[in-house]
Design a protein around this ligand. Structure first.
Ligand code: SAM
Length: 239
């Protein structure tokens, strides 16, 4: 992968960046994503944010090598600390866990007042992001599930607005599976939740033999609930 030929995962993220928006890519690593969208003329200006020195240096090098230092500002810092209020219209955060993405948004909330769109690609726990979005006045406007090199990824797109509107049908299922993904229920979605359900069942089986502490009881209840929700969703589809 490079900025000319992005991974399918990052390519999918870029599809949702509106033309002409000022972008911040947080956790940019090599800055492939901002370099790509600037080279393609999708955005004219971007920030590449990185908290770790090595990836920050890689991002700087990449931007210099591509001759994009006037169009991409590479900044070192934690999450949204690297941007000012009103500086960007769109933020991408990709390739991290959902809980980390949600914590970056939570810590940097003040920077989001003028941001129009968030495009988030969690590797795991998309539910943490959906919950954060719902509690903070962001409405999901689109979701996509993709598979690349045997791994399944979700992409969540949100704008400021009526946070409940995406969850009219069923809040609990919507938060866990994704309201748009649930409606679409494609083959990749089914594959993901069959695998998750199998994994939950094996954790549950181990917990059955573990000591009967309140904590384990709670974990078991949660797993049983999630397994039953997944079965409902998959059965509905198959039935
Ligand atoms: N976004 C790229 C992608 O999707 O291919 C890189 C993903 S890489 C696995 C995650 C990057 O996020 C790492 O370079 C890491 O240093 C950076 N990162 C993690 N926490 C961060 C934070 N709080 N603020 C900025 N960058 C962060």
């Amino acid at each position: 992968m490079n900025s000319e030929k992005l991974s399918y995962r990052l390519e999918t993220v870029t599809k949702y960046i509106p033309h002409g928006y000022r972008l911040a890519d947080i956790g940019s690593d090599h800055a492939y994503l901002p370099c790509h969208v600037v080279q393609k003329g999708i955005v004219a200006w971007a920030v590449a944010g990185e908290v770790v020195e090595g990836p920050f240096q890689s991002a700087k090098r990449q931007v210099e090598e591509e001759g994009l230092i006037d169009q991409i500002s590479v900044r070192k810092g934690d999450g949204l600390d690297v941007i000012e209020v009103g500086e960007v219209d769109c933020i991408t955060i990709a390739g991290m866990g959902g809980a980390l993405i949600a914590s970056i948004l939570e810590k940097g909330k003040d920077k989001l007042v003028d941001v129009k769109r968030l495009i988030l690609q969690p590797n795991i726990s998309a539910i943490s992001i959906r919950v954060w979005l719902m509690e903070n006045g962001w409405v999901l406007i689109s979701e996509e599930i993709i598979e690349e090199d045997g791994k399944i990824y979700e992409v969540l797109v949100a704008e400021q607005g009526d946070e409940q509107s995406a969850y009219q049908k069923n809040l609990e299922k919507g938060l866990l599976f994704g309201p748009f993904l649930l409606d679409e229920c494609n083959e990749i979605f089914k594959k993901k939740w069959k695998a998750e359900s199998k994994n939950w069942k094996s954790i549950l089986a181990k917990l059955e033999h573990a000591s009967d502490t309140p904590e384990n009881r709670l974990k078991k209840e949660e797993l049983i609930r999630k397994i039953s929700l997944a079965e409902e969703v998959l059965e509905n589809e198959e039935g």
